[in-house]
Write a protein that binds this ligand. Structure first.
Ligand SMILES: *Cc1c(COP(=O)(O)O)cnc(C)c1O
Length: 364
């Protein structure tokens, strides 16, 4: 079976974990501090704060910005559900926004329409989906014009660039995930990044039970810390990130070249000025073909999935909430068309050829 995703782990990660185990310092300690420092250096932000996972990072980012019951936050309808759930964790209201059908990312035009339609919007939470940067020039113009916070969900886009600048360095605060399938992993894990010292201090407090100093707690917080074991893996993975990302891009380019003559599928595009690192390689097919193609590939031993088969606002959880119910026609349509195929760095050349040949032989 060629899996849809597979983490790249070598003896280096094993050795790093062994070293931490031998120190007997297993929870948050010096290795987390080093990982934070190296991550901030990589990203070019002043601060990086490690968390136990990306979802906790999103929750912490929103709390640090002061998002509470009275507030609304714009989120993309087409993302992993954690993006919107983090807004619910704060008691705030997610306001869904439609996407661009070519990039799968939140549409700047739709963001502005949404801001005109609603009052009380305090922040925009964008997702750089599948490793592809959002249209940052237009988005920054909008957040400045309407004076709202910008949070970047970079959970799928470690290392991706917009006009030569890394995603995660544009907004007030950014969040990364190191879940097992992500471009770099610590099993579970996350990272916050910001240039703002006040936000950094609030994040550190929130992830440590709201503490203001040792054993003094001035607000309600959580235990959202990372462990040194996770950080030890993260340090190795961060060093490898460029290599892992280049392998993803190379695999994607193989597909872009070798699947270009197939009339029944639409390939992803790489917008000018962007450097995406394909967390997913997502093709579009007509709705009636989606599940048949996935089933066919799986029978041939090739992992494939519809990511995501339901936009967030159509998830049972969100349908049950008393939110505004405007439709997001593009996200609703696209979710019926998407098929992700393996693009991870562990793929061999023969795997890529096998996948291309299988797709070419699919009888639609
Ligand atoms: C993975 C992911 C998250 C959540 O990260 P976890 O580390 O799994 O909690 C949030 N948003 C997006 C877009 C993701 O892909």
């Amino acid at each position: 079976m060629i899996p849809l995703s597979r983490p790249s782990i070598s003896g280096k990660e094993l050795a790093a974990i062994r070293r931490v185990l031998q120190t007997r310092h297993l929870a948050e300690g010096p290795v987390v501090a080093k990982f934070q420092g190296n991550f901030a250096k990589f990203l070019g932000t002043r601060y990086a704060i490690a968390t136990c996972n990306g979802t906790a990072g999103l929750h912490t980012a929103l709390l640090a910005l002061g998002i509470s019951q009275a507030d609304s936050v714009i989120v993309s309808s087409f993302s992993f559900i954690a993006t919107a759930n983090a807004v619910l964790f704060c008691g705030a209201r997610p306001i869904f926004c439609d996407i661009d059908p070519d990039t799968f990312n939140i549409s700047p035009a739709k963001i502005e329409e949404t801001l005109k339609m609603h009052s009380g919007i305090k922040a925009l939470l964008i997702t750089h989906l599948f490793g592809a940067p959002c249209d940052m020039e237009k988005i920054l113009r909008i957040t400045k014009k309407y004076n709202i916070f910008l949070i970047e969900d970079c959970c799928q886009a470690h290392g991706a660039k917009y006009k030569g600048k890394l995603v995660g360095s544009f907004g007030d605060i950014a969040v990364f995930s190191f879940y097992g399938t992500k471009n770099m992993t610590t099993g579970e894990g996350g990272m916050l990044a910001t240039d703002n010292a006040k936000l950094k201090d609030r994040c550190l407090s929130i992830i440590n039970h709201g503490r203001s100093s040792r054993f003094i707690h001035s607000s309600l917080g959580y235990n959202y810390r990372m462990t040194d074991l996770q950080a030890a893996i993260g340090l190795v993975q961060l060093k490898k990130l460029k290599k892992l990302n280049n392998a993803r891009l190379k695999n994607a380019k193989f597909y872009l070249k070798n699947l270009s003559q197939i009339p029944w599928l639409t390939l992803p595009i790489i917008p000018e000025n962007t450097l995406p690192y394909f967390h997913q390689f997502t093709i579009k097919v007509e709705a009636h073909l989606r599940d048949r193609l996935i089933e066919y590939l799986r029978k041939k031993g090739i992992g494939a999935a519809a990511i995501y088969p339901l936009p967030i606002h159509k998830q049972p959880l969100y349908k049950g909430l008393n939110l505004d119910k405007p439709s997001q026609p593009i996200a609703e349509e696209i979710s019926k068309n998407v098929v992700s195929i393996p693009v991870h760095p562990e793929l061999k050349n023969k795997d890529l050829i096998r996948i291309v040949n299988a797709i070419k032989k699919f009888k639609q």
